[in-house]
Each structure stands twice: as structure tokens, then as C-alpha cells.
Design a protein around this ligand. Structure first.
Ligand SMILES: [Zn+2]
Length: 402
């Protein structure tokens, strides 16, 4: 939190739509931050540089009158700090104010403003978005952040309902261990807040996948006798069971209960979404193996075909379990793997390629540069296997648009 000129400012690394963020600040007794001067702009820039998100929502909008920008507080709109070429009301629905916490070329400089669609989904994923709340006084800040809302929906009771909704919707059992809830990132000693944030990120991660897909995967797992679960805990854990090269039905059946895991509190702060999607992809792989073993005709030899296809694509950088010592300075490395970790072995490559296709779609497309690169072909291959196998995404273009 930063206090300036009687006002308090705090950033929140939670992926929400502009309207959700606005309501959230209001429930905390504040409002989405307004920036009315160069000094306030400086404060806000300093604040977000401590955050991990690419963009933060501010309390400006022109949703009620296109092009006519207003602050949520009704204060006069005078000071502006737009990025070059903005606001441009692109797609005819960019009515909400954001500030960049990163630099991408000259059109997206750190600290500059842009207009975005209400959930920012055209260019930014939930794990890239946060927002800034402002309070009129230190007293209001203290009141709001220790209020019943902050304590309890933050409320523990509401977290319970939220968790149950997610468990029912996706078929996962969600276990958030106490070992991470004592970590304070944003509000003092507020474990309910952290729990809420984790639940929200689980929802954000799955909302990036086609409707019904997660449910279909967990349904299969249950049919095979596994209870899929998401375990969020502090200590390091091993990967999900599909990571090993086991093709024997009996051994797979006996493998530990499925789990999508986030490894540590630090990880949760930085990238719970990427981690969950990576582990979820291992669940997909495990499901494919089980389906294949149950009825070889269903999955046929698609996975083995995929593996040899990946090997061909990666011939310049063969899999290496000592991936950490790998020299990745070669630009072509990124065309193939995108992450160092994916270069360790096929299942990690499969999972990380899947994740990159979803949460780094912009980077993946940018590396194309008019040319089809190995990573694009690998993404297409995964997309083809998935859409041929899972009813919920049959005939969809999920991952096939790269
Ligand atoms: Zn993995």
C-alpha cells in the first residue's frame, strides 16, 4: 500500500473484469483508482512496479458515452497519459482504462494508459490482469481492509461456497493446505483473502479452456477410479503421474491419485494459472493413455505418433533430462520449445506446448513472423488429438488456429 496526499493506493494481482474489479474495490470501502495529476501517476507507477501483472485496471471509463472519458468518482477528467495512438476504441468496445506494467515496443510503454474491452480478453489473459483500488483516507483503508467483506469473502463462508461451486463445475476436489494460507501478500495476515485469490485463479485457469472440457477429463478419470484433485501446497512435490513413460494399464491404474499441484507460495503469487494448466495437461495425457489402453481404437496410436512427430521437430535440440544446464541462447531454441523445462522430455514438452498455446498465444503468434515454426506444428498436433478424442471439443478449433 502507498499513502499519498491523504489517499491510500493498493494493487491486487487478481484477474477480474473491469466491472468485477470496480465492485471489489467498492466492497473494500474504496474505488478503482483515479489518476488526476502527474504526481498521482507517479505513485501509481511505483505501486504497480511491485506487482506481477502486465496491466492494471484504473477507474476510468467511457462506456456510457463513447469517447467521453469519466472517472468513477465523477471528478473532472483533465490529466491524461495515453500510450501512442490511444485511446482508439478498437473493435468498438474498448471503454475501460488500463495502465501498462510492462513495455512492448513503442506502442505499449510501461506506465502509459490504454482503453480495453470490459474483461481485457482481447489482448490480456486473466493471469496478466490486476487492478488498483484507492481509498479517501487511511482510516477508510483500514476499515475496508479489515471489514467483514475483507475478513470473510474474502469471507471464509463465501470462500467455501465458491470452492464448492468450482468443485461441482469441474469435477476436481480442491485442497488448499494451511501451509500457504499464512502468507501475507496484500492484506495483513489475511488468509481468507489468499484463499479467495487461489480459488479465483483456479476459475481463471479453467475459464481459458473450452466449455465442458475440464469436466469431461475429470469424468473419465473418475470412471477409471481416480478422484482428480487440485492440491495447493507450499512444499515441493513431484509432477502429476502421467509424466512418466508408463503404458501398462495396471501400473497407470495404481498410480497415485491424480493431482494438479501448485508447488509453493511463491509460485502462487507468480503464476498459478500457468502451473495449473501445465498439470492439467498431464491429466489430459493420462486420460488419453487410459482411453488408449481401454480401447486402442479410440485413441489409436495418436500419442505415439505425436511423440515421434515431436522428436522430429526437436531434432536440433533432443530431449535432455539435464535441461537446466542447457544452453538456450540460440534463438531457434525458442521456436521449438519456448521454455527450457519443455526440453526435458516428451510429456513435459507436450504440457508446456499446451500451456504456451493458451496463455502465451500472443508470443507464439509473434514468433511465427509469417513462417510456420515447429512450435506451431506441435500445437496443431495436440489440438488435432484433443479435438478427435474429447466430445466436448469435437469439431472445435481449440488449439488448431495457430
Ligand atoms: Zn510437468
Amino acid at each position: 500500500m502507498i499513502e499519498y496526499n491523504g489517499f491510500c493506493y493498493e494493487f491486487f494481482d487478481i484477474g477480474m473484469t473491469w466491472h468485477e474489479a470496480k465492485e471489489y474495490c467498492e466492497k473494500l470501502g474504496g474505488y478503482l483508482a483515479v489518476v488526476k495529476s502527474r504526481k498521482e501517476q507517479k505513485i501509481v507507477k511505483k505501486l504497480i512496479s511491485m506487482g506481477n501483472r502486465k496491466i492494471y485496471w484504473l477507474g476510468g471509463t467511457c462506456e456510457h458515452s463513447v469517447g467521453n472519458w469519466k472517472w468513477v468518482t465523477g471528478e473532472p477528467w483533465k490529466y491524461e497519459n495515453w500510450a501512442p495512438g490511444e485511446p482508439n476504441c478498437e473493435f468498438g468496445k474498448e471503454f475501460f482504462l488500463l495502465i501498462y506494467n510492462y513495455t512492448a515496443g513503442s506502442h505499449r510503454p510501461f506506465g502509459k494508459w490504454n482503453d480495453a474491452d470490459f474483461d481485457g480478453s482481447i489482448f490480456f489473459w486473466p493471469n496478466e490482469k490486476g487492478f488498483i483500488c484507492q481509498w479517501n483516507s487511511l482510516e477508510n483503508y483500514r476499515k475496508g481492509t479489515t471489514s467483514e467483506f475483507a475478513q470473510t469473502r474474502l469471507p471464509r463462508a463465501e470462500n467455501k461456497i465458491f470452492k464448492k461451486e468450482l468443485e461441482e463445475k469441474y469435477g476436481y476436489k480442491i485442497i488448499i493446505e494451511n501451509s500457504i494460507l499464512d502468507n501475507n501478500f496484500y492484506l495483513a495476515k489475511d488468509s481468507q483473502y489468499l484463499e479467495f485469490k487461489v480459488l479465483k485463479e483456479i476459475e481463471n485457469a479453467f475459464s481459458m479452456l473450452p466449455d465442458g472440457f475440464v469436466r469431461e477429463v475429470t469424468k473419465h478419470q473418475k470412471r477409471f477410479g481416480n478422484q482428480p484433485s487440485i492440491v495447493i501446497r507450499k512444499r515441493n512435490v513431484t509432477d502429476a503421474p502421467s509424466a512418466n513413460h508408463v503404458w501398462d494399464y495396471n501400473i497407470i491404474k495404481k498410480s497415485p491419485i491424480n493431482r494438479v499441484q501448485a508447488k509453493s507460495a511463491i509460485f502462487i503469487r507468480e503464476d498459478i494459472i500457468g502451473n495449473l494448466l501445465h498439470e492439467f495437461c498431464h491429466e489430459i495425457a493420462l486420460t488419453l493413455k487410459l482411453l488408449h489402453l481401454e480401447n486402442p481404437k479410440v485413441v489409436s496410436d495418436k500419442l505415439k505418433i505425436a511423440e515421434s512427430f515431436f522428436l522430429t521437430k526437436n531434432k536440433d535440440f533432443p530431449y535432455d533430462l539435464n535441461y537446466q544446464s542447457r544452453d538456450t541462447s540460440n534463438e531457434r531454441f525458442f521456436d521449438i520449445y519456448f521454455t527450457k523445462y519443455a526440453s526435458s522430455e516428451f510429456w513435459e514438452d507436450f504440457a508446456d506446448t499446451f500451456v504456451n498455446a493458451i496463455i502465451r498465444a500472443g508470443d507464439v503468434n509473434a514468433c511465427r513472423n509469417g513462417i510456420i515454426k515447429p512450435i506451431h506444428e506441435k500445437i496443431n498436433m495436440i489440438g488435432a488429438i484433443l479435438s478427435q478424442t474429447f466430445v466436448s471439443i469435437k469439431d472445435s478449433d481449440f488449439l488448431l488456429k495457430h
